[in-house]
Design a protein around this ligand. Structure first.
Ligand SMILES: Cc1ncc(COP(=O)(O)O)c(C=O)c1O
Length: 380
């Protein structure tokens, strides 16, 4: 059986062949513990440090500002809980947005139970945050701001650098969840002006269960996990050497190919989007027209239910829904709700996301499948 065409690269990515090759020696021979002082520890230890430099190369930071974690969710948790928690005495106010991933919004909800105050800022119809709304929400108790770099559902890119300019010199930490942008667009920490930045390996052709948190020098040394002192004493536990090596190689590839990758992702996404718009009435593209990830196409099919379309195309195309059907109601995603997409449109929203491996043939086949499914489902 042929596999459905994969258009869910914001969900996860396949492993890059170069990533698999980089991991292989550590799977087959180099099993040593990086903390061992004997011969077997040398290569794994060097590999972990080389990977740290590769991640730093992509982010434009120092290697000692990169901490390996288990992925985007952990990086976000640690950014808010460890760094927010350490500043609790100075204030208790955190600012974030309504379109963050649950790995931010749920952490904020948990922190509220410990006495933090959280302001959740609205976005406009394209999913964009107004930096002035951040300025207006600041209080003397604000200790941290967490604004995602790019949205996972609609791809809108937030004005992180403008927010950094607004708060510079006020002692407020700026975190950005860059899980979706790393490897797709530039994510240089100095251009963004952030103190903390989240990386998720499986969104950029590295394995699942590995990520990193960028921590600007001088932001503090918060211990996430006490133990035998690995990861510069901040996150103890024997390192996940295989995946760290994989993430390092994936970041190196992303650095080398960023412009070329971005152009390819966009060419594929635009081909899909234009094909849909040219063939189907009553559809709309969500997200900001210009400030948008090059690979993300969130499209609403008015009057249809997302899951019905996914069922109909499921053997041919793998994509994800912006709304989930329950027995008696349709649950629209919090992102589409925050963007105030009318329910009649929102419940028929699908996310198609292209990747490095997507071909024009893939797009043309996917277009055929989607267009004929929608025509079958729509009463004429
Ligand atoms: C914006 C964003 N943040 C965080 C995460 C969570 O990352 P991970 O799956 O590595 O925990 C995701 C994953 O979908 C994401 O899209």
């Amino acid at each position: 059986m042929t596999r459905p065409i994969y258009l869910d690269y914001n969900g996860t990515t396949p492993h890059a062949p170069e990533v698999i090759e980089a991991i292989r020696p550590f799977l087959e021979q180099e099993f040593g513990n990086p903390s061992s002082s004997h011969w077997y520890g040398i290569r794994p230890r060097q590999a972990v440090e080389a990977a740290r430099r590769q991640v730093a190369g992509l982010l434009g930071c120092h290697a000692d500002e990169v901490l390996f974690t288990s992925g985007g969710t952990e990086s976000n948790n640690q950014a808010l809980k460890s760094f927010g928690g350490a500043r609790y005495g100075q204030g208790n106010h955190i600012i974030t947005t309504a379109v963050e991933h649950p790995a931010i919004l749920e952490v904020c909800r948990a922190l509220q139970r410990y006495g933090f105050e959280v302001t959740i800022l609205p976005v406009d119809g394209s999913g964009l945050l107004d930096p002035q709304s951040v300025a207006a929400a600041l209080t003397p108790k604000t200790i941290m701001i967490s604004v995602m770099h790019a949205n996972n559902e609609v791809g809108t890119i937030q004005p992180v650098a403008e927010i950094a300019d607004l708060i510079r010199g006020r002692g407020i930490l700026l975190h950005t969840d860059a899980a979706q942008s790393v490897g797709k667009i530039a994510t240089r920490v100095d251009e963004l002006g952030v103190d903390l930045l989240t990386v998720a390996g499986h969104k950029l052709y590295a394995p699942k269960g590995i990520g990193a948190l960028y921590i600007r020098r001088g932001s503090g040394r918060e211990v996430f996990c006490h133990g035998a002192g690995q990861e510069m004493g901040l996150r103890a536990g024997t390192e996940n050497v295989l995946e760290i090596v994989g993430l390092g190689r994936a970041c190196e590839l992303a650095t080398e190919r960023l412009a070329e990758t971005g152009a390819h992702l966009q060419a594929m996404r635009d081909r899909l989007e234009q094909g849909l718009l040219a063939s189907l009435p009553d559809i709309r593209i969500n997200g900001h027209r210009q400030k948008r990830l090059p690979n993300t196409c969130s499209v609403s099919f008015r009057g249809l239910e997302a899951n019905r379309i996914l069922e109909e195309i499921g053997l041919e195309v793998a994509a994800s829904a912006g709304a989930a059907c329950h027995a008696d109601h349709v649950q629209i995603s919090h992102v589409l709700e925050a963007m105030q997409i009318p329910p009649d449109w929102a419940k028929g929203t699908l996310r198609f996301t292209t990747g490095r491996m997507t071909t024009t043939d893939d797009i043309d086949h996917a277009l055929q499948a989607i267009i004929s499914a929608v025509r079958r489902l729509r009463p004429s």
